[in-house]
Design a protein around this ligand. Structure first.
Ligand code: TPP
Ligand code: MG
Length: 327
């Protein structure tokens, strides 16, 4: 649904989600260091306004595809917090019964088609979902979140071209956080304005400040509304910065502390907090109380995950095959 940011509750809801993503992932950093989480953890810290701003314009039955950095997308689209935390822990109460972990979280009931460890693989999944919507003649929309590192991939070219040719209801949101793993975008990508790539596909393309929640809401609202009424795909480039390393524990030898500190001055949470205060929509004390209650939710999710069991070893091949028994 198109978000109305003149409404006080809409602003508060956005703030809650921004802070929930931040708090959830800051807790994950600690839990990972304690050895409680298997595999790798990639945080979205610094990019929260993109997921929250875009998803504010989506309905529950709209789809998103996500990346290896996907907790923020899932939370913004409304995933159950306990189920997400337990999934990251690999517990049987996880949203995917502990089989996906951090990098493969999905919840079809919320339109979350899945995080993905394969860079930009969501672009082709989004193309398929878009084709499905068109075939069923529904008015849903797919938002495909992917990274600046992904934009040079062959599959992205194929997906964007396909969506444009077929006029599919897909919005490509490229999160330009300046790095792909340990390599600066400047060393790998032919253009600094990534939206220029849209022209090659005959697709409208626009850049926005990905740290400014209200700009994200406004720009994505148009792209999503266009897709919904049959005007086809748009490429939306969200310029932002990854505050953390590529993964939790990354020593980050490829960038300076000054560069990170400089970027932190444009923290999307602080920018939105300032906006709320300046507009008289909130005061510091009320925000502090809200943050405390969100931290409690995260505490509860951690307790839920820690108290849950791991899946039984003998269940390892459950859910691998679809039941195709004829009814
Ligand atoms: C097809 C593929 N190639 C390489 C990798 C290794 N890899 C994991 S994340 C990553 C960088 C992705 O950068 P970007 O798309 O900008 O996303 P970000 O991590 O910045 O969110 C790479 C190369 C992979 N997972 N999949
Ligand atoms: Mg990147």
């Amino acid at each position: 649904m198109a978000a109305d940011f003149k409404d006080m509750e809409t602003n508060w809801e956005a703030y809650r989600k921004l802070f929930l993503i931040r708090a959830f992932e800051e807790r994950l950093e600690t839990l990972f260091a304690e050895g409680k989480i298997p595999g790798f953890v990639h945080t979205y810290i610094g990019q929260e306004a993109i997921a929250v701003g875009v998803c504010a314009n989506l309905r529950t039955d709209d789809y998103i595809t996500s990346t290896h950095r996907g907790h923020g997308h899932a939370i913004a689209k409304g995933i159950d917090l306990n189920g997400l935390m337990a999934e990251v822990f690999g517990k049987v109460t996880g949203i995917c019964k502990g089989r996906g972990g951090s990098m493969h979280v999905a919840d079809f009931s919320k339109g979350i088609l899945g995080a993905n460890g394969i860079v930009a693989a969501g672009t082709v999944i989004a193309a398929g979902a878009g084709l499905s919507i068109q075939t069923r003649q529904e008015d849903q929309v797919v938002v495909c979140f992917f990274g600046d590192g992904g934009i040079n991939k062959g599959t992205v070219h194929e997906a964007m071209n396909f969506c444009s040719v077929k006029n599919l209801p897909v919005v490509f949101v490229c999160e330009n956080n300046q790095y792909a793993q340990f390599t600066s975008r400047k060393l790998t990508t032919s253009v600094s304005d990534l939206s220029l790539r849209g022209a090659a596909y005959g697709m409208p393309a626009v850049s926005m400040d990905g740290n400014d929640l209200l700009e994200v809401v406004e720009v994505s609202q148009k792209a999503i509304a266009d897709a919904r009424v049959g005007m086809g795909p748009t490429l939306v480039v969200a310029d932002t910065y990854r505050f953390g390393g590529h993964y939790v524990g990354d020593p980050q030898a490829y960038r300076s502390k000054e560069e990170v500190a400089q970027s932190r001055r444009r923290d999307p949470l602080l920018l939105f907090e300032n906006h709320l205060i300046l507009q008289g929509l909130a005061d510091k004390e009320a925000l502090e109380l809200e943050r405390e209650s969100i931290l409690e939710l995260v505490d509860k999710a951690v307790a839920f995950a820690e108290q849950s069991e791991y899946p039984e070893v003998r269940s390892v091949i459950d859910y691998v095959f679809t039941d195709v028994t004829e009814k």
